[in-house]
Design a protein around this ligand. Structure first.
Ligand code: HEC
Ligand code: HEC
Ligand code: HEC
Ligand code: HEC
Ligand code: HEC
Length: 473
């Protein structure tokens, strides 16, 4: 009985629904309407990649912060030489690295001077924050580099990295630097049970992850957010991130590839299953040598040679007087990010492609250096940034507004480059085809501009090479 009534009410309701709804809308009062509900502001979880303002980032436009309410002074940090009195090997490895050179590097200083002048100092803190973080938080560093303490001059150093207590995100120097957190020297590191007579120790998982490096190895334009360097994101989007292979596994190990090495942190502390090295080599062959370390320069060459392979795709013969194609395949087998990565205006990898006749005469070449740059038409692997009008930005990165194109090769990826040409009659067979894969950290022209002509010849590293011999028919 009750069941019947329910059914009939439902039927009745359905029958009257349209008019009923219309009536509702017409008679709506403020009280019946959907409400605006107060909810906590959760925008602080959004990763902006840049510093937003002075309140959250006291060293704006750097994202750096400190865990201290008072201003930090250089006496709160120890020199790498002091750390090196116990951590002997680690100090030797770090000294001469691009981290140890990050502030003194003359190329950097020349670009910094230019950037500071062109922006009336608006980007000073940003640049300083990653190239001498201690110089930033102590307020000692200025583009001229005058009156700085010795510690501030030492770039990305021991007591910076091991006093990072936290991070506020990825990129633009998002570290929290906290020396003497509990009133004494305290070093954050990878061990859960380290004991030292000189400093307290604290386990920090952050130090074992790429996110630690990502604080600085992702650079965005501080005002328009343009991605300028994206080494961390490139890694994050790669196979390596999925396999839990961190930056440390390639850049803090002996030689290229992912290797392990046991050892101890000081000559007098216990043996550990794995000790990470502190060479931090990448592709920079020029600056380490210029500033006195042949070893770091040689290691960088090894790193580059382990990064890529090259092959000329199979072909047995060439024909005269019709369009011919030879394809070259370049694979990124060793870098855990794009190849090349990092500083966009400099880093360039390119193919030097040559054909030689039976007499040994080169009758075709593309990829030579002309006037300090790779010649027009060279097949290069590079990112090119543009300004608001879409013009190519050369060095003046602060004017960059967009990425115009990017031919770099992703981790585990490859690129196939075609050479199309018409073979003139009379070339004597067999023909030798050679493709060299070259790299430089900066074109000679940029270095001449920054440091003056004839100051230094930029080294070119041959990363890989392939040769085939073809007959003609
Ligand atoms: C008097 C010698 C001595 C000096 C000076 C010294 N350390 Fe240590 N440090 C040690 C010893 C011993 C250990 C423990 C190693 C172990 O347990 O494997 C250690 C451990 C560490 C660890 C690992 C901490 C962890 O929990 O993972 C870091 C990082 C570290 N030191 C950094 C530094 C830095 C940076 C400096 C300079 C500011 C420095 N040390 C100066 C002796 C020293
Ligand atoms: C760019 C940041 C950076 C700099 C500069 C740096 N370290 Fe480290 N260090 C690390 C990271 C990251 C680890 C941990 C790697 C891991 O476990 O994945 C580490 C590990 C260590 C350890 C533990 C033992 C080992 O090697 O695995 C000690 C001790 C240490 N560093 C001391 C030093 C000293 C001394 C200096 C200066 C001469 C220095 N570090 C410079 C980032 C840095
Ligand atoms: C405080 C910011 C900062 C942090 C944190 C940092 N780096 Fe760097 N790193 C730099 C700067 C700045 C340079 C370049 C210096 C120059 O070229 O003048 C550099 C250079 C390098 C280079 C050499 C690049 C080349 O062209 O040869 C490698 C490799 C490298 N870093 C790896 C790492 C790894 C791995 C980590 C994490 C364990 C890390 N860095 C953490 C700022 C940082
Ligand atoms: C699988 C190993 C591997 C991993 C993982 C890896 N790298 Fe590299 N990295 C390389 C090799 C090889 C090179 C040399 C070739 C080149 O320049 O790209 C290199 C080069 C670099 C350079 C110099 C690039 C240039 O041309 O100026 C920087 C900076 C760098 N790596 C930082 C990082 C950071 C930061 C991470 C983590 C986010 C990372 N790498 C992860 C292997 C690796
Ligand atoms: C978020 C951290 C960060 C900020 C901010 C930053 N840099 Fe760098 N810079 C780096 C890293 C990391 C590298 C190394 C990348 C590589 O090896 O390709 C680098 C490399 C360079 C190089 C190449 C030096 C060499 O010898 O290879 C120059 C020049 C440079 N930076 C200038 C600047 C200037 C000028 C600013 C400010 C407008 C600036 N940087 C801001 C992290 C930063």
């Amino acid at each position: 009985m009750r069941f019947m009534i329910r059914i009939s009410t439902v039927v009745a309701l359905i029958a009257i629904l349209p008019q009923h709804l219309m009536a509702e809308i017409k008679n709506t009062t403020a009280e019946d309407n959907f409400k605006i509900v107060q909810h906590k502001n959760n925008a602080d979880k959004i990763e902006h990649g840049i510093a937003l303002n002075n309140d959250t980032s006291p060293f704006y436009p750097s994202r750096a912060t400190t865990g201290s309410k008072t201003k930090l002074t250089s006496s709160m940090f120890d020199s790498p030489e002091l750390c090196g009195s116990c951590h002997i090997e680690i100090y030797k490895q770090w000294k001469g690295s691009m981290h140890s050179n990050a502030w003194r590097d003359p190329i950097y200083r020349a670009v910094l001077a230019l950037a500071s002048k062109s922006t009336n100092g608006a980007v000073d803190n940003l640049c300083i924050g990653c190239h001498t973080p201690i110089g930033l938080v102590t307020g000692e560093a200025t583009p001229s580099g005058e009156n700085m303490s010795e510690v501030s001059n030492q770039g990305v150093q021991c007591s910076f990295c091991h006093n990072v207590s936290d991070t506020t995100g990825v990129g633009n120097g998002a570290f929290v630097l906290t020396p003497n957190l509990h009133g004494r020297r305290l070093m954050f590191g990878p061990f859960k049970d380290a004991q030292s007579a000189f400093h307290d120790t604290a386990y920090s998982e952050l130090h074992t992850k790429s996110e630690f490096c990502g604080q600085c190895h992702n650079v965005s334009h501080p005002f328009n957010k343009l991605p300028i360097e994206r080494t961390f994101d490139e890694w994050k989007d790669s196979w390596y991130a999925g396999q839990n292979i961190q930056c440390q596994d390639c850049h803090m190990t002996m030689g290229p590839g992912v290797t392990k090495k046991s050892g101890s942190a000081t000559p007098f502390s216990k043996n550990r299953e794995q000790i990470y090295t502190h060479y931090f080599v990448g592709g920079n062959v020029m600056v380490p040598k210029m500033l006195g370390s042949e070893q770091h320069s040689n290691l960088a060459e090894q790193m580059l040679r382990a990064a890529a392979t090259i092959e000329i795709l199979p072909k047995t013969s060439l024909r005269f007087e019709t369009m011919q194609t030879i394809s070259v395949k370049v694979s990124n087998i060793g870098a855990g990010h794009k190849l090349p990565t990092g500083f966009p205006e400099g880093r360039e990898m390119w193919l030097d492609f040559k054909m030689t006749d039976a007499k040994g005469t080169v009758f075709y070449q593309l990829g030579k250096i002309k006037d300090g740059v790779t010649e027009q038409g060279t097949k290069s692997f590079k990112v090119i940034l543009g300004d608001k009008q879409g013009n190519i930005v050369d060095l003046k990165l602060w004017q960059a507004d967009r990425v115009l194109y990017d031919t770099r090769i992703p981790a585990k990826g490859y690129s196939i480059v075609d050479y199309n040409f018409v073979l003139p009659k009379g070339i004597t067979s067999p023909i030798t085809v050679t493709a060299d894969l070259n790299y430089w950290s900066f074109p000679q022209k940029i270095v001449d501009f920054l440091l003056g002509k004839n100051t230094i010849a930029v080294p070119i590293t041959k990363m890989a090479s392939a040769t085939i011999t073809l007959t003609t028919n």
